[in-house]
Ligand binder design. Sequence first.
Ligand code: SF4
Ligand code: SF4
Length: 186
Amino acid sequence: MNNNLIRYITSRIKNSKFKCKNCGLCCKTSEIMLSAREIGGISYALNIEKEEFIKKFLELKKIHKTKIIENRIYEISGECYVIKKNNNGDCPFYIEKDNKSYCNIYEYRPIVCRLFPFTWEYFPDTNSINIDYSENGWNNCQGIEKNKQSNWDDIRDIVTGNVILSMIQSNELQMNGKLTQKLKIN
Ligand code: SF4
Ligand code: SF4
């Protein structure tokens, strides 16, 4: 899939800077979907059985999200495992200590977390991807400085690496027949 993959970025990425400020906001606001591979990886990291991990930390949730990229609207709908939030809305793996934010499973954190605040759209006919900020990211991420000269060259490899992992995860989620993604025509 990624051989000769053509990468495009949107103008709002070109006209902004991004550097994570470790504010932890994405760990308080994002819905974290997990593929079977990620469930296996995090259970391994926590040294518990997959079934125990699912029972304790996940819930099967009906998903209905819209994703807007360059004025096109995508709908993602179906069911998948998501991380159960604490009562205060935080991810259970999120830790705040001495005014700093930490992820308790950082090395194994899901691709949704790695990709934030970015998102992507894939065009199979040209084997190209269009990378943009997600709406939640654009509106809320503390690390985005709008109307600044881009530092895209500095983050290109990290972002596109995570985009490719996210594409793999998306295929995995769709392959289990529980999640579909379609372009919504208004
Ligand atoms: S909201 Fe943005 S700046 Fe804050 S931790 Fe998440 S990615 Fe980093
Ligand atoms: S898994 Fe880690 S990075 Fe992802 S939301 Fe939870 S605390 Fe944040």
